[in-house]
Design a protein around this ligand. Structure first.
Ligand code: C2E
Ligand code: CA
Ligand code: CA
Length: 758
């Protein structure tokens, strides 16, 4: 019997040793190191146990008992240390060192007590018909026993805390080992209470040790991997469906069943049916791998991309995995992307690229139809934006797009789009294009945005597409050229493209390119047109810009001013003109002729681009001239644009000593109305507004009332465009103060002016 037991212990020892050996090829972590130490500890328990079983001599048995208890103390300490490391509890680390010293003390005490039998004695006992050495402890021995229990229970507590505080899937890792250690405790209690030979306990410990190693190194990590995989798979929105070799559904990720709304159906049976259906449907089209399948659900259509892979082992099919990806989002995003690529974000109609593409297609599909391309655009859209803000401007664009949508639906073969900031393009068959109807439609929208102060004007250019093979950009450009050509021209609303438009447009482009150099080289010059008072005396002059071009000769302002006003470069030019006027005034002042003034023109664009007040105040300061000698002409329409703001500006300028003249008075429709709000020094009336009318009597009456009114409002009047003696006579009679016009002199170069009047 003894031999059998010893053999059994020997086997345990061998298994234990193999385990230690095997652990060597593991990565040498702290845990592995501790497990190995524990295995040594177990060996330290088993070997004395074997000696006890075999010993005939009492003394040898006693020594073996002593070493058994020492080994046991070290083993329990190791278990505690292992548990702390394994569960990663720093909190318990503090106990590790005292425990070590307690164990050392215990060991020393046992060795000391070994020779005089201080802690226990041993006797023979019979157990199941056999005689064994058993230990009879003295009361002091219980101190040692209690330390042992506390240590083992401590290890269990540590592991239980770790188990409760970790995520559910990690609990097994700790609780499994906690249970084994608890079993160790139980076996020890059992041995001690029933006075069994320690052998049972040793066997139990050795077995437990093997299980701990297995749990810690093999079982728990593997289980953990599986669980973690399952966990991840379930959290995945993607579906993984696994069929075995007989095409039986084996596995489907819960997350996906959830995502496709199968959760409620539950039961692998339903899912099986569902997926078998989905996959067989997908199979209908052979090339379904990677195909996107729409699946209708309560809350809309979802898109799934299905891929599959056959799994084989040594060439034998073991199953098929279907990977089902929810691509709803990206499909929707793709649609959105297409929309963004082709449609104008703000208005929802075609953008430039798509408009070109569709227009091109239309031309190609209808080679026998004559088409027109129209471009319509807001005149002075920057002013509009500055006055009313981006939001209102956007609102206008959206409404225009809407009117195109509704207005053009009945016209076949018609495309339209928004290009650039303010341009709308329409291409339609020529026979369907009715200019008047077109303008009316445009005005319908524009009217809603016109106020007393601002008249929203839309200009349109039309190009009859004579050469459809032309580049679409070139076709659009022609319509746009015609449109741009009439911007700033109050009277014209629509222009058909022709050769002259092309020429003029090119000329403008050239001027635009040359402007900076022209200013630098002094090609932009002032011409002066004298102003005469009632007594016939020249009292001042208006400075009018001329471009003395080195190739084209003298270019009148009509050829470049409206264009520069449109593109904003007028300010550059004006600044140059104002400087020249100031230079002249300074020169005249130095010659003692500070009785003459010069009036300069201020464009509407200048009012937005510059701080006019600051600019003028520093100009007169810089040149050392009197503000009174520099008069400022602002057109009526420029003032109307933002009346409130400009009333304030005019007041400030007047305070600084400048005289402000309202140019082209009478040309806008609310002239009289405006006079109640603004107080300028001079009204400048253009004879052109009145002279051409057939009904001379009426225009005379109007002129007279303007002059009368201005007198009552303490404003002077200047009449410009005075060409005849009769006109002058009449103006004198009604009391107009100052006259300017061809009757006296055309605008002339400064040299000529000085020669004649200085
Ligand atoms: P405006 O300010 O109304 O200038 C008066 C225009 O009437 C000038 O044309 C002048 O030559 C012309 N004019 C003067 N007397 C008569 C006449 O008896 N009969 C006729 N038919 N015309 C007469 P111009 O010089 O061609 O200037 C045209 C417009 O260009 C100006 O109109 C003004 O709006 C603009 N302009 C000229 N120079 C400047 C400038 O330096 N800055 C700005 N912003 N605009 C300027
Ligand atoms: Ca003027
Ligand atoms: Ca004028």
């Amino acid at each position: 019997m003894q031999i059998a037991m010893v053999s059994f212990l020997f086997i345990l020892l061998a298994v234990n040793s193999i385990m230690i050996f095997k652990l060597r090829d593991r990565k040498w972590t702290d845990i592995i190191r501790r497990l190995r130490n524990m295995a040594f500890g177990v060996a330290g328990i088993i070997v004395p146990e074997m000696v006890i079983l075999l010993a005939k001599d009492r003394q040898i048995a006693y020594y073996a008992f002593t070493f058994y208890y020492i080994a046991f103390a070290w083993y329990t300490m190791m278990i505690f240390r292992f548990s702390v490391s394994y569960s990663g509890y720093k909190l318990f680390k503090v106990y590790k060192s005292p425990l070590f010293w307690i164990t050392v003390i215990e060991s020393v005490a046992f060795i000391w007590g070994m020779f005089s039998e201080r802690f226990f004695t041993i006797t023979h006992a019979r157990w199941y018909e056999h005689t064994y050495w058993i230990c009879r402890p003295f009361s002091i021995f219980y101190v040692y026993a209690i330390v042992g229990y506390i240590t083992l229970n401590g290890a269990v507590v540590v592991l239980i805390i770790a188990a409760t505080q970790s995520a559910r899937i990690y609990r097994l890792k700790y609780s499994g080992i906690a249970i084994i250690i608890a079993l160790m405790v139980a076996s020890r209690v059992n041995s001690q209470l029933r006075h069994q030979p320690i052998m049972v306990q040793a066997v139990c410990f050795a077995l437990c040790e093997i299980v701990i190693v297995y749990m810690a190194v093999h079982y728990a990590p593997k289980k953990l991997n599986q669980r973690a995989m399952q966990f991840v798979a379930d959290k995945l929105n993607d579906g993984i469906v696994l069929y075995d070799d007989e095409h039986q559904l084996q596995f489907v990720t819960a997350g996906f069943s959830d995502a496709v709304g199968l959760k409620g159906m539950q039961g692998i049976g339903n899912e099986k049916m569902y997926w078998t259906k989905v996959i067989s449907e997908a199979n209908v089209e052979n090339a379904w791998n990677g195909r996107v399948m729409p699946i209708a659900r309560d809350d809309g259509i979802y898109y799934y991309e299905i891929q599959h892979k056959e799994l084989d082992e040594d060439g034998k099919l073991i199953g098929t995995v279907y990977w089902i990806r929810n691509v709803t989002e990206s499909i929707k995003n793709y649609g959105e992307m297409v929309r963004r690529a082709n449609f104008d974000e703000l208005t929802g109609i075609y953008n430039e690229a798509h408009f070109h593409e569709m227009a091109r297609k239309l031309l190609e599909e209808n080679p026998d139809t004559d088409f027109v391309m129209t471009c319509s655009s807001v005149d002075k859209f920057r002013v509009f934006k500055e006055l009313f803000g981006q939001e209102k401007y956007d609102d206008y664009l959206i409404r225009t797009a809407e009117s195109l949508r509704t207005g053009l639906t009945h016209i076949p073969n018609c495309v339209y789009g928004r290009i650039g900031e303010s341009d709308f393009y329409i291409m339609m068959p020529k026979e369907a294009f009715d200019p008047q109807q077109f303008l009316d439609a445009i005005d319908g929208v524009a009217k809603a945005y016109s106020t007393n102060n601002f008249n929203l004007l839309i200009k349109a250019g039309v190009y009859e597409i004579t050469d459809p093979s032309n580049d679409m950009l070139a076709i659009c450009n022609k319509a746009s050229m015609a449109c741009d050509m009439i911007k700033g021209d109050y009277g014209k609303r629509i222009l058909w493209f022709d050769e002259s438009v092309q020429k003029e447009s090119m000329l403008r482009e050239r001027y635009n390119a040359e402007l900076s150099k022209a200013i630098e080289h002094g090609e932009i010059q002032i011409y002066l047109q004298p102003q005469v008072d009632k007594a016939g005396k020249v009292i001042g002059a208006e400075a009018l810009a001329r471009w003395v071009h080195r190739e084209d000769g003298l270019i009148p302002p009509a050829h470049f001013i409206p264009f520069f006003e449109m593109n904003g470069r007028i300010t550059e030019l004006d600044i140059c003109i104002w400087k020249q006027a100031c230079e002249k005034l300074k020169e005249w002042k130095d010659k003692g002729r500070d009785d003459l003034y010069i009036s300069v023109n201020i464009s509407a664009r200048d009012l937005y681009a510059l701080d006019i007040y600051e600019h003028y105040v520093s100009l007169v300061k810089e040149y050392g001239i009197d503000a009174r000698n520099l008069k400022l002409e602002i057109t009526e329409s420029a003032i109307i644009n933002d009346l409130k703001q400009h009333v304030h500006l005019v007041e400030k300028l007047q305070e600084a000593g400048f005289e402000v003249e309202m140019d082209d008075f009478g040309s806008a429709y609310s002239s009289f109305n405006m006079l109640k709000d603004i107080c300028v020094d001079v009204l400048k009336i253009d004879m052109k507004f009145l002279g051409d009318t057939k009904n001379e009597e009426r225009s005379h009456a109007i002129l007279k009332s303007i002059v009368d009114l201005s007198g009552e409002l303490y404003m002077k009047t200047i009449a410009e465009g005075v060409e005849t003696e009769e006109q002058l006579e009449f103006l004198r009679r009604v009391g107009c103060d100052i006259y300017q016009g061809y009757y006296f002199s055309k605008p002339m170069s400064v040299v000529n002016f000085e020669a004649k009047y200085l």
